[in-house]
Design a protein around this ligand. Sequence first.
Ligand code: SF4
Length: 278
Amino acid sequence: MRAEPIKSLEGQSPYELRLNQSAGVPESAVKQALKSGDMGFVHSFTTGSTVDGPGVRVVGWTAGCQWRCLYCHNPDTWTLTNGLPVTVARATEEIGQYRSGLQIMRGGFTLSGGEPLMQDRFAVKLFTALKAMNIHTAMETNGLWGERLSDEELDTIDLVMLGIKTWGAEKHRRLTGKDIGPTLDFARRLAVRKQPIWVRFVLVPGLTDDPEDLTQMAKFIAGLGNVERVEVLPFHQLGRFKWQNLGLDYTLDDVNPPSLELINSTCAIFRAEGLNAA
Ligand code: SF4
């Protein structure tokens, strides 16, 4: 299977609405790509990011996600068909041209999404190729399908940026549509391996800001022993237009971004457990 010609892999912003980029790819070819990992479906690439892992980074936003988080700002990454077909060779070549700069700026490559492990074979092949070029690798994941990676494959990832969305089984199901258990199991497995984690947590007033829940979450995270940082990400409305354009039912219309006071008190809960939170 050949990839579509690509004029430019780089998006202007991860908030660009991109639809049907692989609409012409036959289903059988998609299945084959998922199985082999020789080709991935990528929403867009961003260069020069300073907020998606250590240093300055190139970020690949994959298409496809199993979850339906109520606050998701990229619902156009939920389906695979919205991703542009890109071969591992092409992605490696594109990212590789930044290698020296990324090394000088103590950065690397981050695979995000969507959910990268929807395309676990592609993720593994890309990380393996980039590690061979001595490029630092990070994966932002919801952790649901962490079990798809063997220990050897996990070795190709320098940093796992794990999204913990909220605390409590029922609340998690209401927020994401899925169980929290596999995410926590993946965190425990990474802890046993002493593999570095940055936890990413989106703070949504009235939805994820319960101090009791946050305390429980902080205790769990602190108990892992391998979490280098907790990133408290303030909810925003930048993705609302995507929900509207996609005809999806957006339930957070009336929710404002968290106040500075709420952000500070949330960080304080994590710090009280000895975590590095910001
Ligand atoms: S896991 Fe990430 S990409 Fe998937 S629905 Fe949630 S916020 Fe969106």
